[in-house]
Design a protein around this ligand. Structure first.
Ligand code: TYM
Length: 386
């Protein structure tokens, strides 16, 4: 969607001075996640809410109440998320929805489908089919390494699974006019026709009828989609067509963008390797990137930091730690000392805590990934009863 001063689409995030998330939510017609909703999630799951919810990274939703009502009444629902395989390695921004989805799967004990949009990346990025396939396998391994339950997780390539959902895809295509697609996605008459058709393919997994092997042909199992807010245009269109097909509108839970190392005004992206930390980065590379590129809200000199303290709002190292350190007391303590200019918590200290935290997460991820065999990957991707 383009508003006066920000343009957020699945392919482009442009917002001079930073994304205004509240405005985006209002413009998109989504709802805020407030303390009462978080408390309801905690009651429904019987566990503390995920740190991404408690600290406002997942901040907006559509019809999340409908999902909670279903769960509270003992009715099933399922989770749907995805990844466009356009590079060898995921970065921490990509990891956000998958870490959160893992929590949702565990907390609600529900099935998950993960769409790998190899077709989308072929149509948009100019990669060869062979390259996209290679990225797909690498990315699937990164996703599995987040810890999903193989008994309840189906990961599929669009190229491989399309035959199963094509009848549903064309039903959706028939309801999306070129006019609607141009308005929602900004396509113009230079866009290849594959792009125009693609949104129906990302819409289809929002309906349980796309997965007869999981839902036994049921068309009424509600769907919850965790994603960053850039994916919302796909699902606004999906929610518009759902009632016309006699199907349920999917619910959504949106995150903000995980900020680039350079700061909040921009999102972490693969196109600028210095904006992102990748799961393949070696410990020394992580240290170097954080030290050189993480925007600091601290004083320009040690003296200034001691005199005035740091601006936590804009300090990237502190903001990232808020999302990765679950321990409230520890985060508060770091923030309090850093903000007031305590000599034991200077910018270098905060950056070092972040470096250690990231390297620890990457090491655990690499270890989990190294244990994956081709057989395990094939099992996650097999069309099978669950
Ligand atoms: P992709 O591969 O661009 O991104 C994968 C997921 O990561 C989210 N994301 C981010 N989240 C937080 N901070 C960031 N900096 C950041 N960058 C990306 C995206 O919102 C997405 O959730 N077309 C999709 C694939 C897809 C999909 C879906 C995603 C198919 N079906 C259903 C979500 C839900 C894509 O190319 O995602």
């Amino acid at each position: 969607m383009t508003t006066s001063d920000q343009k957020i689409t699945p392919w482009e995030v442009a917002a001079a001075g930073g994304v205004d998330y509240e405005k985006l939510m209002r413009d998109f017609g989504a709802q805020a996640i407030d303390a009462a909703l978080i408390a309801r999630i905690e009651r429904a799951t019987g566990r503390r809410a995920h740190v991404f919810l408690r600290r406002g990274l997942f901040y907006s939703h559509r019809d999340l109440e409908a999902i909670l009502e279903a769960h509270e009444a003992g009715r099933p629902f399922y989770l749907y998320t995805g990844r466009g395989p356009s590079s060898d390695s995921l970065h921490f921004g990509h990891l956000v929805p998958f870490m959160f989805t893992k929590y949702l799967q565990e907390a609600f004990d529900v099935p998950l489908v993960v769409q790998m949009t190899d077709d989308e990346k072929f149509l948009w990025k100019g990669h060869s089919l062979a390259e996209v396939h290679k990225f797909l396998i690498e990315n699937v391994k990164d996703i599995i390494a987040c810890g999903f339950d193989v008994q309840k997780t189906f990961i599929f390539s669009n190229f491989a699974y399309m035959g199963h959902m094509y009848p549903l895809v064309v039903q959706i295509q028939r309801l999306i006019s070129a006019h609607t697609a141009a308005a929602a996605f900004g396509f113009d008459d230079q866009a290849n026709v594959g792009k125009w058709a693609f949104p129906a393919t990302q819409a289809a997994p929002s309906f349980s009828s796309a997965f007869p092997h999981i839902f036994g042909g049921r068309v009424d199992v509600p769907c919850l989609i965790p994603c960053a807010i850039d994916q919302d245009p796909y699902f606004r269109v999906t929610r518009d067509v759902a009632p016309r097909l006699g199907l349920l509108k999917p619910s959504l839970i949106h995150s903000k963008f995980f900020p680039a190392l350079q700061g909040h005004h921009t999102k972490m992206g693969s196109s600028d390797p210095n904006s992102a930390i990748f799961l393949t980065d070696e410990p020394a590379v992580v240290a170097d990137k954080v030290k050189k590129h993480a925007f600091s809200g601290g004083g320009a000199t040690k003296e200034e930091q001691l005199a005035h303290g740091a601006n936590l709002e804009v300090d990237v190292a502190y903001q990232w730690l808020r999302f990765f350190l679950d321990d409230d007391d520890r985060v508060d303590d770091i923030g309090r000392r850093y903000a007031k200019g305590d000599p034991t918590m200077l910018t270098g200290h905060v950056k070092q805590i972040l470096i250690d935290t990231l390297n620890d997460m990457i090491a655990r991820h690499k270890k989990a990934r190294a244990q994956l065999t081709d057989q395990i990957v094939a099992t996650f991707m097999a069309v099978r009863e669950m």
